[in-house]
Design a protein. Structure first.
Length: 435
């Protein structure tokens, strides 16, 4: 069948690699894609904006597309799944992504928190404030202990969460956010208690009633070594997470995954797609880690996809078909037991001002590792150019984490462009836990 994948980042390149490898895929169109997806066999980049639904509709009908896989959150929050379901000519197209109501789990932090409360899903204590209740928010902050966590309610490109140690600074930032620091995304702000622990990401594929839990991953959001500096879209990821053993994952499944999927089903929220559960593993009084939900996303994470998808050996298109058909319980996942280590290479100056259009060299020298393109494009002469803040990531698979990391760092050293930057300490916190 012909398949359309929406998106242009490293997440979509990693997904495209698995989709194109399926015998069920005839042609894979990626809209708009990047220089990396353009090089995949059976794949073609197409100049489409994923949130221009009329253009997507016309392309699907003109190119006999049978399945649409939605990579980023924006089309989901805008309601692309509902758009297809309500069109007589599109409703039989398999769309992998939740309904607009389901996408509110990511589109609104406040909605997600209320959903968790309704279904007794463990999360941090919280309250939501608007410009009208800003003074109540100021007072509420004063009742909490530092650090203070402020979250823009809406989508803010991964940058709408502030963690602040100083009370006065937190109170000022609350005012700034409610006055439009993140545009309409911070018209409401969720303030929540700070949870101390280790973060990890759990990914679930659900047909709205059944689910399959994908490999765990841990990503690295800060730009600087030792998790310092500004937040980014992600500087690397490791899969699996060493402390997420059978006992911990049983807690995750019973306390979080099952009530989440059951809650969606009970509330009659159409959901055929990924659930990304951002977790904090908090040490309890017995010295064991308990999982708490930090946030939901309604798509795969980036750069976690670049370490999770290379470990999925199952036919991903078959999994998507079963998802659409509501038969996800009829399969088991085939997962590579090796560790995947992904290190992101970014443009100098990112996540603030950075250059685009620099020529990238050395890609042809990388051996036995995967290079996923995140922000790249091809020029008229066929050169690969930088075209974003996060440019490339190198993923390596090995029997253990030290070997996977060593291989990724050896191979990424072959890639060069003007002012490139990467973190040298991806995975080091997990390695210390393993000692």
């Amino acid at each position: 069948m012909n398949i359309l994948l929406l998106g242009s980042g490293g997440r979509e390149h990693a997904m495209a690699r698995n989709i194109a490898a399926s015998s069920r895929c005839s042609t894979l169109f990626i809209a708009p894609g990047n220089a990396g997806t353009a090089l995949l066999k059976k794949a073609k980049n197409v100049d489409l904006d994923p949130v221009q639904f009329t253009d997507v509709r016309n392309f699907v009908l003109q190119n006999d597309v049978k399945m649409v896989v939605v990579g980023p959150e924006a089309p989901l929050v805008a309601g692309i799944t509902d758009y297809f379901a309500q069109d007589a000519m599109l409703r039989n197209i398999m769309v992998i992504g939740p309904s607009k109501q389901g996408a509110e789990l990511e589109g609104s932090k406040d909605y997600a928190k209320e959903f968790m409360t309704r279904h007794n899903i463990p999360t941090a204590a919280h309250r939501t404030f608007t410009a009208k209740t800003v003074e109540e928010g100021i007072d509420f902050l004063a009742t909490l202990k530092a650090p203070y966590v402020l979250k823009a309610d809406g989508l803010a490109a991964g940058k709408g969460v502030l963690i602040i140690d100083n009370l006065q600074e937190a109170q000022q930032e609350l005012r700034n956010m409610l006055q439009g620091k993140f545009g309409s995304a911070s018209a409401k702000v969720v303030i929540e208690e700070y949870l101390s622990g280790v973060e990890l990401s759990v990914f679930v594929l659900s047909d709205g009633k059944h689910f399959q839990i994908l490999p765990t991953a841990k990503d690295y959001k800060r730009i600087g070594e030792g998790d310092t500096g500004l937040n980014t879209g992600g500087m690397g990821s490791i899969s699996p997470v060493c402390f997420a053993d059978k006992k911990f994952m049983q807690k995750v499944e019973e306390r979080i995954v099952v009530p989440t999927v059951k809650g969606l089903h009970e509330e009659k929220i159409p959901y055929k797609g990924f659930i990304f559960i951002g977790l904090m593993a908090v040490m309890n009084e017995n010295g064991e880690r308990d999982p708490y939900v930090i946030e939901y996303n309604v798509r795969m994470g980036d750069p976690e996809t670049e370490s999770v998808f290379p470990r999925i050996k199952s036919d991903i298109v078959e999994l998507f078909e079963l998802t659409w058909q509501g038969r996800l319980q009829q399969t088991t996942l085939d997962i590579d037991p090796r560790t995947a280590a992904c290190v992101m290479l970014v443009a100098g100056g990112y996540p603030e001002h950075y250059e685009k259009g620099n020529i990238i060299t050395g890609l042809d020298k990388v051996e036995d590792s995967l290079v996923f393109h995140a922000g790249t494009k091809l020029d008229a002469e066929g050169h690969v150019l930088t075209n974003g803040g996060r440019v490339l990531c190198v993923t390596s698979l090995a029997d253990d984490m030290p070997s996977a990391l060593l291989k990724s760092y050896q191979e990424l050293a072959k890639i060069e462009w003007k002012d490139q930057y990467y973190r040298h300490d991806v995975g080091q916190d997990l390695l210390k836990m393993m000692l």
